[in-house]
Design a protein around this ligand. Structure first.
Ligand code: ADP
Ligand code: MG
Length: 715
């Protein structure tokens, strides 16, 4: 045998026909490689047989017993009851489906070894449809290895899947994984043999602890390979970018200076530094690929404006993409106000434009009248024809997912890219995940900002909070009241064509964590809260926004709030990203326990944007889970997005930070960045010592298949 290649189809294995291949495809398994990387979810301990006298209902065990007899039982449902015994006790094995041959095989005196869940039946302990095997006499002790349990799909028994994996492991005849310079690391293939449970020396019975350590070490080796592969691919992508050419945008008319004079504020040192980074990049004919990180309210938008102005000076177009319509709308307003006076045309393109309006907009873009085009991701999906696109800006990049790199091509060229995120990513992760980009950080807030004072308040004091809102409005404040759901009927939060919301994912996570608590009260809905607040605060001018409202209504409410015509804006988390109303100085978040740290921090970032002292009230419904308690405490104690991100990584994993949960995308097959964060610097260190060779790249691709250049869509 042998000779199996990693990229061979699974049908190259004996016993895998087209039918099985189709079922395997449902598990994401198409090639031999996928099969090998289909790691066990957990292991069953079948290394020990439990004496029948020691069995307890509710456990899963391996047992062996001598057949006393097998009788058909005509209860509510016909079943075959096989009675077993050993020196210590008895057990019944119950089969509802059986053949006559099966029935006859259970001859008294034969032995059965079976594995399954023990439950209390009408006549004592029993196992229903366990996995079993017959022996002519007492069976030998079981093999000293744990049995892997795999994620399954209908129509493929776990034993068959395990058999195929075993066969593939035995027959693969190709370098697999990245050869690591360090002797301490086993070969990837050996690590895989180990986690698939096939690497125990016969007779060498290890204790549970040694086994656990061995499995963990093997898993680490596999994760390291994946992280390293990702890093090397990113590095290669970066190198490849160096070979691309695009329109250089060197300084010309210095229109940016005019904006600077009209802004009404001075740039912070950090903003000035980052603006220089960006403008320098633009001057080059190598496409810029820069990630701009800056905490909420640090002033990223104006950097984007300078970049767009530079492109416009050359008669080139900029596409600015925002994750929500509200934010796109707001950017459109801001850019119109900033760039309009400079004679730069700005257009808005969202999915909800009326057909005629849309046609007019598209024509303006194609004719190059709109030099800046702001939109949601509809902008990039609907085949918009630019006249001369030279710059693509993606705001709140984390909302679009990690792997969905926004690399665009325009008429054969890759335009300059600027991606902005308010989500602080811990440095170690940035290095690994964004190794294909240059990174700039705005690490300073505009002067005069005061930390938002945050209080955590139980739902029982909600009426006090409402009264406080009334007083704040009388004193001239504008207030956000944020709810986690739109109305009482459903749990959907952010409509508006967005990807799966973070709130949903978080709610699932926190309800899982909340297992063992009594059922929670329903969440406060935006629509009912709006009615409630209007009734209790009749003199307060209020408005409601949520994702299911028509775009025009949303825009009108936001505009009125921004203009100060509305005092109180009741909203769902649609206002989470980017919304900028500097005069708003109080935010109440209902059911704050349902939201993740990153999201709460983003929401809170809507206040504290002006010079007034701002407050945030986190209303929670007791009882709080352990993690929710910690989350709220973190938020109360710090306003620093980086500190919050580190804490978040610790408390619940990087999904929130990196946006994978929102988009449902999986950046990695196996690595879990929360659990494996410590391996990231090791991977980058090893990676830096490895040559940037095509051979290595080929090996990585055949192992992990991070789409190399394939994900640069044409536009
Ligand atoms: P974010 O980084 O969250 O996108 P914005 O760009 O929306 O932040 O800026 C937040 C607010 O701060 C805006 O009202 C903006 O006009 C204002 N701002 C930006 N830079 C400065 C500055 N240097 N001084 C004062 N205000 C600023
Ligand atoms: Mg912003």
């Amino acid at each position: 045998m042998g000779g199996l290649k990693l990229r061979d189809s699974v049908t190259a294995l004996r016993g895998v026909g087209p039918g099985s291949a189709k079922r395997l495809a449902r598990l994401g398994i198409a090639e031999i490689r996928d099969l090998l990387l289909h790691l066990p979810l957990r292991y069953q301990d079948r290394t020990r047989t439990t004496p029948l006298g020691e069995l307890a209902a509710g456990t899963e065990c391996l047992v062996a017993g001598e057949v006393l007899g097998a009788d058909v039982n005509y209860g509510r449902r016909r079943s075959l009851l096989v009675r077993l015994q050993d020196d210590s006790g008895r057990l019944a094995m119950r089969l509802f489906h059986y053949s006559r041959g099966q029935r006859e095989s259970f001859a008294p005196g034969a032995w059965v070894r079976c594995f399954g869940a023990v439950r209390m039946g009408p006549m004592g302990l029993e196992m229903v449809h366990p996995e079993y095997r017959l022996f002519p006499s007492e069976p030998p002790p079981p093999a000293p290895e744990l049995t892997p349990v795999y994620r399954q799909t209908e129509g493929i028994a776990t034993a068959r899947l395990a058999g195929w994996i075993e066969a593939a492991l035995a027959d693969v005849d190709e370098e697999f994984g990245i050869p690591l310079p360090d002797q301490d690391f086993p070969l990837l293939l050996d690590a895989l043999r180990c986690v698939h449970g096939r690497a125990v020396d016969e007779g060498d019975v290890e204790d549970g602890e040694a086994r656990t350590a061995r499995l963990a070490a093997a898993r680490r080796r596999i994760v390291l390979d994946e992280l390293l592969a990702h890093y090397l691919v990113m590095r290669r992508r970066r190198a490849a970018r160096g070979g691309l050419a695009t329109t250089p945008l060197p300084p010309t008319r210095q229109l940016g200076r005019e904006l600077l004079r009209n802004l009404g504020f001075r740039l912070t040192g950090a903003q000035a530094r980052v603006a220089r980074d960006v403008l320098n990049d633009l001057a080059s004919n190598v496409p810029m690929m820069r990630l701009l990180q800056g905490d909420v309210g640090s002033g990223k938008t104006v950097i984007a404006a300078f970049a767009a102005i530079r492109a416009a000076e050359h008669g080139c177009q900029t596409a600015l993409m925002a994750p929500t319509e509200i934010l796109a709308e707001q950017h459109f307003e801001t850019f119109s106000a900033w760039l309009g006076p400079l004679g730069i045309g700005v257009g808005l393109l969202t999915g909800r434009l009326a057909a005629a309006e849309r046609r007019a907009r598209l024509a303006a873009v194609a004719a190059g009248e709109d030099l800046v085009v702001v939109g949601t991701h509809a902008l990039f999906q609907s085949g918009v024809e630019f006249q001369r696109l030279a710059l693509a800006i993606v705001d709140e990049q984390h909302r679009f997912g990690v792997e969905q790199r926004m690399m665009l091509r325009h008429k054969g060229e890759v335009p300059h890219h600027l991606v902005m995120t308010a989500t602080p990513i811990p440095r170690t992760l940035t290095m690994a995940l964004y190794a294909d980009m240059d990174v700039s950080v705005i690490d300073e807030l505009p002067p005069g900002r005061q930390a938002v004072r945050t209080r955590v308040v139980a739902m029982s004091r909600r009426n006090d909070v409402i009264a406080h809102v009334g007083q704040a409005v009388v004193a001239g404040a504008q207030v956000y009241w944020v709810c986690t759901v739109i109305d009482d009927q459903e749990g959907e939060t952010n409509g508006g064509g967005q990807p799966t919301t973070e709130a949903t994912a978080t709610r699932q996570a926190s309800s899982n964590l909340g297992l063992g608590f009594p059922p929670r009260d329903p969440e406060r809905a935006a629509t009912t809260t709006f009615d409630e607040l209007q009734e209790l605060l009749p003199n307060v001018r209020s408005a409601l926004v949520h994702g299911r409202l028509p775009a025009t209504e949303k825009a009108a409410a936001m505009a009125a709030f921004k203009a100060g015509e509305i005092d109180l804006l009741v909203a769902t988390t649609v206002i989470e990203v980017g919304v900028d109303v500097p005069n708003a100085s109080l935010m109440v978040i209902d059911n704050a326990e349902r939201l993740g740290l990153a999201q709460l921090h983003q929401l809170r970032g809507r206040v504290g944007r002006g010079s007034a002292r701002s407050d945030c009230v986190l209303l929670y419904q007791p009882p709080l889970s352990e993690v929710a308690t910690q989350r709220l405490a973190v938020l109360r104690n710090t306003n620093d997005g980086f500190a919050i991100a580190e804490k978040d990584l610790e408390l619940r994993g990087p999904g929130d930070i990196l946006g994978t949960r929102q988009t449902g995308e999986q950046a990695f097959r196996i690595a879990d960045l929360a659990e494996d964060a410590a391996l990231v610097p090791i991977a980058t260190r090893i990676g830096d010592a490895l040559p940037d060779s095509a051979e290595l790249a080929g090996q990585i691709t055949s192992t992990w298949a991070f789409g190399a250049e394939a994900d640069y869509p044409e536009m």
